[in-house]
Ligand binder design. Structure first.
Ligand code: PRT
Ligand code: MG
Length: 214
């Protein structure tokens, strides 16, 4: 019977988390990339993994459906962090949250002239706060993906998106004009679970902290 449930997304977060889990003595019995299972057993009878969408990880942990989770700072800022303890920056899945515009768009003078910008993004909270801090008026357009397309078809003047290599921007003739913040993934813990299951959870936290230092 599993006692500890860890929520994470497949893809880059699973790939970067697997070595940390291994350092905590936890190895998944299936590979989420090839398996269709949503609940993965591990080598430890008391630990299981649940595979969810990256943006759903904080919700599973908030409601205690998972005790622990791994989520990007981008996702945590949009979620708000209610009911979550965030003890550790894992320094994985790193990238930067950026403002980007079409190559020919003069962002600096648009901002200087106080133009009202249309900004397309999946990250409404972070984007709203960024432009409010700058005192720039924006109309936010919520998208769920492929933000890079929006300025190319006249849906928006600018986008806010994550950038790692920069090749997606380049391929779409966009350029980054502002860094909003660096992004990495954090370990998150359900606050009630941490109190009730501390004996099981604390060794995992310690192993992760040690592995991150190395
Ligand atoms: O893909 P899905 O819609 O299921 O969800 P998701 O995109 O939220 O999940 P996933 O697994 O793609 O990303 C999980 C987490 O990885 C994010 O929440 C970030 O914290 C982190 N991360 C790190 C990234 C990137 N790097 C990244 N480059 N998430 C997304 N990207 C995308 C970016 O949005 C853009 O479309 O990659 C593209 C840019 O990459 P470059 O290399 O071309 O600059
Ligand atoms: Mg993605």
């Amino acid at each position: 019977m599993a006692e500890i449930t860890i929520a994470l997304s497949k893809g880059r977060i699973f790939d970067d988390t697997a070595p940390l889990l291994e350092a905590a003595g936890i190895v998944a019995k299936d590979n989420p990339e090839s398996s269709r299972k949503l609940i993965l057993d591990t080598n430890r009878a008391s630990v299981r993994l649940v595979i969810v969408r990256a943006s759903d990880v904080p919700t599973y942990v908030q409601y205690g459906a998972a005790d622990l989770g791994i989520a990007g700072k981008d996702v945590l800022l949009e979620h708000g962090g209610n009911g979550l303890y965030q003890p550790l920056d894992l320094n994985i899945a790193r990238c930067r949250m950026m403002v980007a515009v079409p190559e020919g768009f003069d962002y600096d003078s648009a901002v200087r002239q106080g133009a009202r910008l249309r900004v397309a993004t999946k990250y409404l909270q972070t984007t709203r706060e960024h432009f409010a801090d700058k005192g720039v008026h924006v109309d936010l357009i919520k998208l769920y993906g492929s933000m890079e397309l929006a300025p190319l078809v006249g849906l928006a003047d600018a986008i806010v998106d994550l950038v790692s290599t920069g090749s997606t921007l380049k391929a779409n003739h966009l350029r980054a004009v502002e860094e909003i913040m660096p992004i990495s993934s954090r370990l998150i813990v359900n606050q009630a679970a941490l109190k009730l299951k501390r004996n099981a959870i604390q060794p995992i936290l310690n192993a992760f902290a040690q592995a991150v230092k190395n």
